[in-house]
Write a protein that binds this ligand. Structure first.
Ligand code: HEM
Length: 418
């Protein structure tokens, strides 16, 4: 498939401030990758096909980000991305996912915005709820939720795989994991969407953040008075370093889980069904051999990198001869790294027998996604149950098939079967 290159050469404006480039950045390394807009391609990530030829392996993107920084270094190659994730002596997650700063809050997003070794004590607090064994215990509830959702459309010959269940299912699983009331589903979906799908619209992000925080704080008071066995209560009544957690630690942890745990699975699920609707051959492989589903999930994750993580640089150093300064930001461009031919043979091909398949969709290093087992199991169960109950399906003719930017997702995937 030929895709026109969206990479543009931006005007270089030295200095600091939105859209400006610091003086130490060589002008020839300033690039605007432009892969972020919505598209309707069969593979929404095909826009990055030329990334390795079009972009230098290390470049500077003068990309303003609300309330935080003027621009960022970007690394595109697999081994450089791996280094940024792993070398916590050079890179910090300080202020990562700092949505709450937009409404004047000063708590940290925990555990993401905390560097090792302090970071480890929060993982110890949370780990019991995310281990493979804990996730296995969630399976019956996952199956029940997905089957209730499929019941509603199984006889109709069509459904919107993104809207009717891809969007709702992970939120219902998350509500149960945390102990939130199931009737918060619609409000959570609205707030979450306004935060994660409006990267260029701070007012919408503020709306979602302020409503979510007001609700979460009132919920924290409820479980403080009435403990239960769910994760939110475990955090509220938890200990780190042998002392009770502070108010900032409680809201910082619960809010980060709320941001990280809802829409990521929904977005991945929507893209997975979109791809399967367009690729009957992939559907058939999984219908013939359902045991391939866990490896298929891993491959769907690889070819659908939703998030590009950012880090703050702690010390001056060079990457491929380019001077990176302490205080700069650097972004792991998973959109390119997950397709690096140096790591993945025929990287644009979707193959369920890829081993090893060490992609970056769930990041890497100490901040590797804590919810990865939950996410994988949720998606495997959704896919397995759907394929068991629904015959071969395809996209509804004339359907809007746009994939949206931000946290890349397909808001609607109307599919039909006979
Ligand atoms: C397909 C779904 C998911 C994707 C693509 C995803 C992606 C990510 C990524 C890229 C990071 C690292 C961010 C960075 O290093 O800057 C991360 C961290 C994290 N994720 Fe996920 N995530 C998913 C599902 C979940 C779920 C379901 C939960 C919880 C219920 C969750 C909880 C977390 C937590 C707590 C961290 C922070 C880990 C740390 O800093 O130690 N994630 N996730």
């Amino acid at each position: 498939m030929s895709v026109e290159s969206p990479v543009k050469e931006p005007a270089v404006v030295p200095g600091t401030g939105p859209g400006k480039v610091p003086a130490h950045v060589p002008p020839e390394l300033v690039r605007e990758p432009g892969y972020e807009g919505p598209n309707t391609l069969d593979d929404p990530f095909a826009v990055t096909v030329g990334a390795f030829e079009e972009l230098p392996p290390v470049f500077y993107w003068p990309r303003p980000s609300p309330g935080r920084y003027d621009g960022t270094w970007v690394v595109t190659h697999y081994e450089d991305i791996r280094d940024v994730y792993q070398k916590d002596e050079l890179y910090s997650t300080y202020n990562a996912a700092n949505f709450q700063a937009l409404v004047g809050e000063t708590f940290r997003m925990i555990p993401l915005a905390v560097d090792p070794p302090e970071h480890g004590k929060y993982r110890i607090l949370l780990n019991p709820y995310f281990s493979p064994r804990a996730v296995t215990a969630m399976e019956p509830q996952m199956r029940q939720v997905i089957n209730e959702l499929i019941d509603a459309f199984a006889d109709k010959g069509e459904c919107d795989a993104a809207y009717d269940f891809g969007r709702i299912y992970p939120v219902r699983v998350f509500l149960d994991l945390m102990g939130f009331p199931q009737d918060m589903l619609e409000d959570f979906l609205v707030w979450e969407y306004s935060i994660l799908h409006n990267f260029r619209n701070p007012e919408k992000i503020k709306y979602g953040v302020s409503h979510a925080l007001a609700y979460l704080r009132s919920f924290i008071e409820e479980v403080r008075a009435k403990p239960n066995d769910r994760l939110a209560s475990h955090i509220v009544h938890g200990q780190v370093d042998g002392r009770p957690v502070t108010e900032d630690e409680i809201i910082g942890t619960i809010f980060f889980l709320w941001v990280g745990g809802l829409d990521t699975v929904a977005a991945t699920t929507s893209l997975m069904f979109r791809r399967l609707a367009l690729r009957p051959d992939l559907q058939q492989q999984l219908r013939d051999k359902p045991e391939l589903i866990p490896d298929a999930i891993e491959e769907f994750l690889r070819v659908q990198p939703l998030v590009n993580s950012s880090r703050l640089v702690k010390q001056d150093h060079d990457i491929r001869g380019v001077r990176i300064r302490a205080g700069d930001y650097i972004m792991c461009y998973n959109l390119a790294g997950n397709f690096d031919p140096a790591e993945f043979e025929n990287p644009r091909e979707v193959r369920f027998d890829r081993t090893p398949n060490r992609h970056f969709t769930l990041a890497g290093g100490p901040h590797r996604c804590l919810g990865s087992h939950v996410a994988r199991r949720e998606m495997a169960i959704a896919l397995g149950e759907f394929l068991k109950r629904i015959p071969p399906f395809k996209l509804k003719p004339g359907a809007d098939r746009a994939a949206t930017p931000g946290l890349v997702a397909a808001p609607n995937v109307p599919v039909v079967w006979s």
